[in-house]
Design a protein around this ligand. Structure first.
Ligand SMILES: Cc1cc2nc3c(=O)[nH]c(=O)nc-3n(C[C@H](O)[C@H](O)[C@H](O)COP(=O)(O)OP(=O)(O)OC[C@H]3O[C@@H](n4cnc5c(N)ncnc54)[C@H](O)[C@@H]3O)c2cc1C
Length: 284
């Protein structure tokens, strides 16, 4: 049976406080927001070292906003905004339909009610070698866990990247929201810097965040008014957005493939196309 080991649970009062606590712990602590990914990760004991301290962001006030900044035409989403609130936000649905669709496609209502956008973006990959529970036959020390081998490369690589493993690891991100944010050219704001989404993810580490660095906000530039029609006069000076996801099951399933598209038109000419996809290879 999967069980948690003892840890100290501490509540951060602010992002600065959380960062200070992370730095003081020197790699022996982990952040928790909604906990829907952290708890299974701890139960399976897959992290290189089991954290002594879990630092909760749940009492950090005012980080769950979804605001349109009209001065900069930017949608600003606090890292603790719930996925359900993003899916249901009128601003998001009208101006960023692919993000609204992606948020609505995440997991189940229960997980969307608890899970945060920060946690969805930062979730650990779903590779079964990486996630292999420690208590069943011992730990699989794959490349991602500090070993030297990606067992998926020559092993069971359903749900792994079909475009290769840039740093030797074939695990693919399973964040639906991240796929939409890539198409929308978002920026990730942390307590120390702003990172374009294109540079945010790392094939092996997950993300480029450093020690004590915490995702605080996601900024999404507003595209021209979305149109449902891709073609003809109605697309003039508009944008066309699309998100879709394919999974084995119609409900509660990680994507085998998901794609998000943003086409931007000046007049009737497409002047910019951003297409982001997350893919993996199912067993034939
Ligand atoms: C059954 C199931 C089905 C799922 N299906 C899908 C799916 O279809 N699509 C999809 O996209 N996701 C899916 N998920 C993943 C789910 O969306 C995530 O577990 C959830 O969004 C994580 O949010 P959380 O707030 O609970 O994060 P937590 O579990 O609290 O944290 C997740 C990770 O993010 C880190 N973290 C959290 N907040 C921050 C921050 N502000 N800065 C830096 N690091 C941070 C934590 O340390 C941890 O490593 C599924 C999960 C489950 C359990």
């Amino acid at each position: 049976m999967k069980t948690l080991l003892p840890f100290n649970l501490v509540y951060a009062s602010s992002i600065d406080d959380a960062s200070a606590k992370l730095n003081a712990a020197k790699g022996t602590a982990i952040l928790v927001a909604g906990g829907t990914d952290v708890m299974p990760v701890l139960k399976s004991r897959i992290l290189p070292t089991y954290p002594q301290t879990v630092i909760s962001l749940q009492k950090v006030a005012g980080l769950d906003y979804i605001n349109m900044d009209t001065d900069t035409s930017t949608l600003k989403i606090g890292a603790l905004a719930k996925i359900v609130d993003i899916a249901n936000s009128g601003d998001v649905r009208v101006n960023f339909p692919c993000l609204s669709e992606a948020a609505g496609a995440v997991a189940s209502p229960q997980i969307r009610n608890v899970g945060t956008i920060g946690g969805d973006i930062m979730q650990q990959v779903r590779c079964w070698y990486y996630r292999y529970p420690n208590e069943v036959g011992g730990r699989i020390n794959c490349l991602r866990k500090g070993g030297t081998t990606c067992y998926a490369a020559a092993g069971d690589n359903r749900y792994h990247s079909i475009f290769g493993g840039p740093k030797g690891c074939y695990a693919a991100s399973t964040s639906d929201v991240a796929t939409a944010l890539l198409a929308l050219d978002a920026s990730m704001v942390t307590n120390t810097r702003t990172i374009p989404v294109d540079s945010f993810f790392d094939p092996l580490a997950g993300t480029v965040l450093g020690d004590g660095e915490i995702l605080t906000e996601i900024d999404v530039p507003t595209p021209p008014t979305p149109t449902d029609v891709c073609g003809g006069g109605e697309m003039e000076n508009s944008s066309w957005q699309y998100f879709t996801k394919f999974g084995r099951r119609a409900s509660i399933d990680f994507a085998i493939a998901s794609v998000a598209v943003l086409l931007t038109f000046t007049g009737t000419m497409c002047v910019n196309a951003r297409i982001a996809w997350e893919e993996s290879r199912p067993r034939p």
